[in-house]
Design a protein around this ligand. Structure first.
Ligand code: GLN
Length: 502
C-alpha cells in the first residue's frame, strides 16, 4: 500500500497544550470524550430501545396505545431528526458556541429531554423527544470535532483514536437496552414498584429516567475533565455572528426534514438525494478546483458512500430482525433466546474488534490503507454480508436456518462498519475547513439520517414467505454495494488527490 502524504490540517488545535498520557498512547482528552460519549449513547440507545415498544403498548399498561403505522412513523421521524439536526447543531457550534460549549449545552438539553419523558402524557412525550433530538444535534457532531482536535496535522493516531472512541459509543449502546429494558419491561422491577405502592405501569417512565441519569453521568464526567482537552473546541474568536446564514441552514434542514418525513415514498426523492452530492462533487472537485473546494468534493464522495452503507446496515433493525424472528432458530448451546437479542450482537462485536482495529491502524502507522480504500473495504464487507444472505434466504425453503448465518452476517457487517464509520468521523475532522468542522460532521451524520430512511423503504419490500424473492432482494443490494465499492477503488488516486489539495 503506498504511503499517504501527510494532510494539510485545518483543525484548530493547539498541540502543545493538549495533554498526553491517555489510554493506549493517545491524548488524555480522549479518556474524557470516551466516557462522556459512552454515557450519551447509553441515554440515546437506552431510550430508543423502549421507544417503539412504549408507543405500541396499550394505555392500560402504561404505554401510548398507538397503532403500528403511527408508532413506526414517529419512531422513524425521531431517529432521522436526531441525526439531521446535527447539521444545524454543527453550524451553531462552529459559528456561535464552539464545540466544547456545544457539547455542554447539548448534553443539558438531552438530560432535560429524558427527564421530561419521565412525566406521562402526550405533550411531555413530544416535548421530551424534541429536546433529545435537538440536544443530540448539538452534541453529537461537536464531541467528534473535539476528538479530531486532539490530533496534530498528519498524526497517524487519529483513525486509531476514533476506533477507541467508537468502542465507548458501543459500550453505552450495548449496556443501555439491557438496563432500560429491565426497568421498563421486567416483571421483577414492576413487582418492586407494586410493593412500594407505585403503579407498575409507570415502569416505562423509570426506563426513560435511567436514560436521563446516564446522560447526567456523562455531563459530570465531561465537566470535571474539561481541562484535559486543552483549548480544543474553544468558541470562534472572531466577533462576526452569521445570523442570516443560520436562518438559511435552519430553513434548509427544516425543508429536508419535512420532505423526507412526508414525501419519502415519492419515487424521485431518493435518486435526487443521490444525484445532488455527485453534481456537487464534480462542481467542487473538477470545476472550482481550489484546495478547500477539492477537499469538500472528497467529503461529498464519502457522504454518498456512507449513505449507501447505512441504507444497508440500518436494515439490521428491520429486514434482519424479521429474518431472525421468522426464519432463524434462535438458540445458543441448546437454549432458546429472544430474537431481540440479535440487536446487541453488533455492539458486542464492535467492542471486541475496536481495540484490534485501533492497534492495527497504530501499528501500520503511515503505511495504513488510504481513506478511500478503507471506505471501499467497508462497503466490500457489507456487500459480502448481504451476499451471504443470498444462500441463507434460499436455505429457508427447507425451514428455519441456524443462527450461524446471522452471526456471520453481523460479523462481516461489523468489520465493514469498523473500516468505514470511525474512519469517516476521523476523515471529516481532517478534511473540514477549521470554521466548518462541526457542520461537516453534521453532513456526515446526515448520511445516517438519509440512509436510515432509505433502509426503511428497502425493508418494506422484504418478504419472508418467498425464499426466491428474498434471495433476489439481497442479491440486488449486494450488486449495488459492490458497484459503489468498485467505483471507490477505481477513483482512489483521484480522491486522494482531492483530500491532499491545499
Ligand atoms: N453507532 C454509531 C453511533 O451511534 C454510528 C451511528 C451512525 O453514524 N450511523 O454513533
Amino acid at each position: 500500500m503506498s504511503r499517504p502524504a501527510p494532510l494539510p490540517d485545518p483543525v484548530p488545535h493547539v498541540l502543545e497544550i493538549v495533554p498526553e498520557g491517555g489510554i493506549g498512547g493517545h491524548p488524555k482528552g480522549l479518556n474524557n470524550l470516551f466516557y462522556a460519549e459512552m454515557w450519551e449513547r447509553f441515554s440515546y440507545y437506552g431510550m430508543r430501545a423502549l421507544l417503539l415498544l412504549f408507543m405500541l403498548e396499550p394505555a392500560t399498561k402504561g404505554g401510548m396505545g398507538w397503532d403500528q403505522t403511527h408508532a413506526t412513523t414517529v419512531y422513524g421521524n425521531y431517529t432521522m431528526l436526531s441525526y439531521m439536526l446535527c447539521i444545524l447543531g454543527g453550524f451553531v457550534a462552529d459559528n456561535f458556541l464552539g464545540a466544547r460549549r456545544a457539547v455542554l449545552i447539548g448534553g443539558a438539553v438531552i438530560t432535560l429531554g429524558h427527564f421530561t419523558l419521565v412525566m406521562p402524557g402526550t405533550t411531555t412525550f413530544y416535548a421530551g423527544l424534541s429536546l433529545v433530538a435537538a440536544g443530540t444535534g448539538l452534541l453529537k457532531p461537536s464531541i467528534s470535532t473535539l476528538v479530531g482536535g486532539l490530533y496534530a496535522p498528519g498524526d497517524h493516531r487519529r483513525d486509531a483514536g476514533f476506533s477507541l472512541f467508537y468502542m465507548g459509543i458501543n459500550l453505552g449502546a450495548f449496556a443501555a437496552p439491557l438496563i432500560t429494558g429491565w426497568l421498563a419491561q421486567g416483571e421483577t422491577f414492576r413487582g418492586w414498584l407494586a410493593a412500594a405502592g407505585i403503579d407498575p405501569a409507570s415502569s416505562w417512565h423509570w426506563g426513560f429516567g435511567a436514560a436521563g441519569v446516564g446522560m447526567t453521568f456523562g455531563m459530570l464526567i465531561y465537566v470535571r475533565r474539561l481541562s484535559w482537552l486543552g483549548r480544543v473546541g474553544s468558541p470562534p474568536s472572531h466577533g462576526h455572528r452569521p445570523w442570516g446564514r443560520l436562518a438559511a441552514v435552519a430553513a434548509g434542514t427544516a425543508s429536508l426534514g419535512l420532505t423526507l418525513s412526508f414525501a419519502s415514498s415519492a419515487r424521485w426523492i431518493m435518486p435526487a438525494l443521490c444525484v445532488l452530492p455527485v453534481v456537487g462533487a464534480v462542481w467542487l472537485g473538477v470545476i472550482r478546483k481550489d484546495g478547500e473546494s477539492r477537499r469538500l468534493a472528497a467529503v461529498l464522495i464519502f457522504f454518498l458512500a456512507a449513505t449507501l452503507f447505512w441504507a444497508i446496515f440500518e436494515q439490521a433493525g428491520s429486514t434482519l430482525t424479521l429474518f431472525a424472528e421468522k426464519l432463524t432458530h434462535n438458540e445458543a448451546f441448546g437454549e432458546p433466546f429472544p430474537s431481540a437479542w440479535w440487536q446487541s450482537v453488533n455492539a458486542l462485536m464492535v467492542m471486541a474488534l475496536a481495540p484490534a482495529f485501533a492497534w492495527g491502524w497504530m501499528r501500520l502507522g503511515h503505511s495504513q490503507p488510504s481513506v478511500p480504500v478503507k471506505f471501499g473495504l467497508g462497503l466490500l464487507f457489507l456487500g459480502l454480508s448481504f451476499a451471504l444472505m443470498v444462500p441463507a434466504a434460499s436455505a429457508t425453503a427447507a425451514g428455519k436456518v441456524g443462527p450461524e448465518w446471522l452471526l456471520s452476517v453481523y460479523l462481516l457487517q461489523t468489520v465493514g462498519e469498523m473500516c468505514l464509520s470511525p474512519v469517516g468521523l476521523s476523515t471529516m475532522t481532517k478534511l473540514a475547513p477549521a470554521r466548518l468542522t462541526s457542520m461537516i460532521l453534521g453532513v456526515w451524520f446526515l448520511a445516517t439520517a438519509i440512509g436510515s430512511k432509505l433502509a426503511g423503504s428497502l425493508a418494506a419490500e422484504f418478504t419472508a414467505q418467498d425464499p426466491a424473492a428474498m434471495s433476489a432482494f439481497f442479491l440486488e443490494q449486494t450488486w449495488a454495494v459492490a458497484a459503489v465499492a468498485a467505483a471507490l477503488f477505481v477513483l482512489t488516486p483521484w480522491i486522494r488527490r482531492l483530500m491532499e489539495a491545499r
